[in-house]
Design a protein around this ligand. Structure first.
Ligand SMILES: Cc1cc2nc3c(=O)[nH]c(=O)nc-3n(C[C@H](O)[C@H](O)[C@H](O)COP(=O)(O)OP(=O)(O)OC[C@H]3O[C@@H](n4cnc5c(N)ncnc54)[C@H](O)[C@@H]3O)c2cc1C
Length: 308
């Protein structure tokens, strides 16, 4: 439950995070951990929470992470660097994954820790100059001997990988939904533009070439919605949903990219200037096939299920 909150906030939506808190069925946080952080996340006392799994050398393959958690008296010391951390500069609490096992222990030797924003030894890097999602803060975080007490460990010392994968399963429904939201806005704007813009004496929406683009967008968007809703329904019902979340994320994010590109085309040259929001949608949607697991990683998850 706590992890669900933190992941949700890491995805920029405190409201979504609160919803996950209330409805999540998997609980990793102890009652004390939940009491310490959930009210602050839900009330806005924390500006955000962050999810810190990725590293400069470990993106799709978190088993290659180098951040180390060393056992010390009363807790752990964290050393290493995390990369691409959404809201990392503002987070009241950061869920951090670090190696607790021997070097080479891969996904079996990873722990999960709650680090509070402003902890001694935690350094925030400069904000990335991103192509899209420019209202969202993305930073590297350096952990220079950051101490956390035993009460900040989430789950078992070597059980962090499973927590990360379960959080990502849920997060994939969130990113599918994000892509659907962006594509919905793009399509609404393209439809309005197609009705309004006249060329050769007619609205461009009267031309079949434009109609077919809009029809394909609408159909792909509906399919994305249904896949995402099914995955969300399975999750809410407490049933396995890993495969369905991967399929929803793969389809919705790839379709949303196609949809935004078509809607951009409908705008002609006006799509290329900032006066119309479509250029922003095109930039914002691009990352959805990358984070929370790339499309290639989703295909690996789906194929593994198919071949099981
Ligand atoms: C704006 C933004 C926000 C982010 N926010 C967060 C965050 O809050 N917390 C967090 O932990 N991370 C975050 N990330 C990181 C994100 O999850 C990673 O970028 C993503 O997992 C991909 O990792 P990578 O960039 O290292 O690419 P790589 O893993 O290096 O992949 C590069 C390419 O190789 C492909 N590839 C890799 N392995 C395979 C394989 N086995 N088979 C086939 N193809 C493969 C990939 O699909 C990709 O096309 C964020 C990233 C961005 C851009």
């Amino acid at each position: 439950m706590l992890l669900g909150v933190l992941l949700g906030v890491a995805l920029c939506l405190a409201g979504l995070a609160a919803a996950r808190t209330l409805r999540g069925r998997r609980v990793f946080g102890t009652p004390a951990q939940r009491e310490r952080h959930v009210p602050k996340l839900a009330s806005g006392a924390y500006a955000a929470g962050s999810f810190a799994l990725s590293e400069p050398e470990a993106g799709s393959d978190p088993g290659g992470m180098r951040t180390v958690a060393t056992r010390v008296d009363g807790g752990w010391r964290l050393r290493g660097q995390k990369m691409w951390i959404t809201s990392g500069a503002h987070a009241g609490v950061i869920v951090v994954w670090a190696r607790t096992g021997e070097a080479g222990s891969g996904t079996r030797g990873i722990g999960c820790f709650l680090v509070e924003g402003g902890a001694e030894g935690l350094k925030v890097g400069k904000a990335e100059e991103k192509m899209g999602l420019r209202a969202s803060n993305t930073v590297a975080l350096d952990f220079d001997d950051v101490f956390v007490g035993d009460d900040a460990a989430l789950g078992e010392p070597n059980g962090g990988f499973r927590i990360a994968m379960m959080a990502l399963d849920g997060g994939r429904i969130g990113i599918a939904s994000q892509a659907i939201g962006i594509a919905t806005a793009a399509l609404e704007e393209a439809v309005a533009y197609a009705k309004d813009r006249k060329q050769f004496g007619k609205s461009i929406g009267d031309y079949q070439a434009i109609q077919w683009m809009l029809a394909d967008c609408k159909t792909e968007l509906e399919a994305a919605r249904l896949l995402a809703l099914r995955a969300a329904w399975l999750k809410e019902s407490g049933r396995p949903f890993s495969q369905e979340a991967a399929m929803a994320k793969l389809w919705a994010t790839e379709a949303a990219n196609r949809i935004c590109a078509r809607c951009f085309q409908v705008h002609g040259g006006y799509g290329y200037v900032k006066e119309f929001p479509i250029e922003r949608h095109l930039r914002d949607v691009r990352v959805t096939t990358i984070y929370e697991g790339t499309s290639e990683i989703q295909r690996i998850v789906i194929a593994r299920g198919a071949l099981r």
